[in-house]
Design a protein around this ligand. Structure first.
Ligand code: FES
Length: 200
């Protein structure tokens, strides 16, 4: 078997979530594809509605992308090594305790890993500089943009870096950490994005 025919287990899997709109249009929840056939007022309501996500298929190191209010929300299942990298990164990031913009980090995510459960990171995948989409650079290894990189996200537009808790590196154009959207757990592997227990 030629080298390039072999399965590459180093490649992470990307999943696009099957979501449903919570709090329904009509009776119960409506599936996203039906949004296009709704009346304008229904569409507006659906576009801002909370979104329910089941991420039970995520393997450690996987990332899932969900659309919420027209924005990509990432759900990443972090490995132990990824969490270790976050722990060691406080001196590299500009706002380690997420104090700068409290509305970007709900109170239940204002902790070391910026999450309700350490294993799962839930963040809006939009750079806080000018809105580009940062690229995954999950592997801890030296990179052209950072020696001793511990894994995270690289924004190719102007070079901002974020760690695996979505915290922005010091001295980069992006002013803030990636936003943690309001969310809450319905079970071990199901969350609602856009709704939480008591808000930020
Ligand atoms: S938009 Fe990300 S660094 Fe400018």
């Amino acid at each position: 078997m030629a080298d390039n025919d072999k399965p590459d287990h180093s490649k992470r899997r990307f999943l696009v979530a099957a979501t449903s709109i919570v709090g329904g249009v009509g009776a119960g929840a409506a599936a996203v594809p039906f949004v296009a056939s709704m009346l304008p007022s229904e569409r507006t309501r659906a576009a801002s509605a909370p979104v329910e996500v089941d991420f039970g298929r995520l393997e450690p190191g996987d990332k899932l992308i969900v659309e919420w209010r027209g924005k990509p929300v990432w759900v990443i299942r972090r490995t132990k090594e990824m969490l270790e990298g976050v722990k060691k990164n406080d001196d590299k990031v500009a706002d380690p305790d997420s104090k700068r913009k409290p509305e970007f980090t709900p109170s239940y995510a204002r902790n070391e890993y910026r999450s309700i459960k350490p294993e799962y990171l839930v963040v809006v995948g939009i750079c806080t500089h000018l809105g580009c989409s940062p690229v995954d650079k999950f592997k801890a290894q030296s990179e052209p943009f950072e020696q001793g990189w511990r894994g995270g996200f690289y924004c190719p537009c102007h070079g901002s870096l974020f760690d695996l808790a979505g915290r922005v590196y010091k001295n980069k154009p992006a002013p803030d950490n990636l936003q943690v959207p309001p969310h809450k757990y319905l079970s071990d592997t199901r969350i609602v994005i856009g709704d939480d227990i008591k808000g930020a």
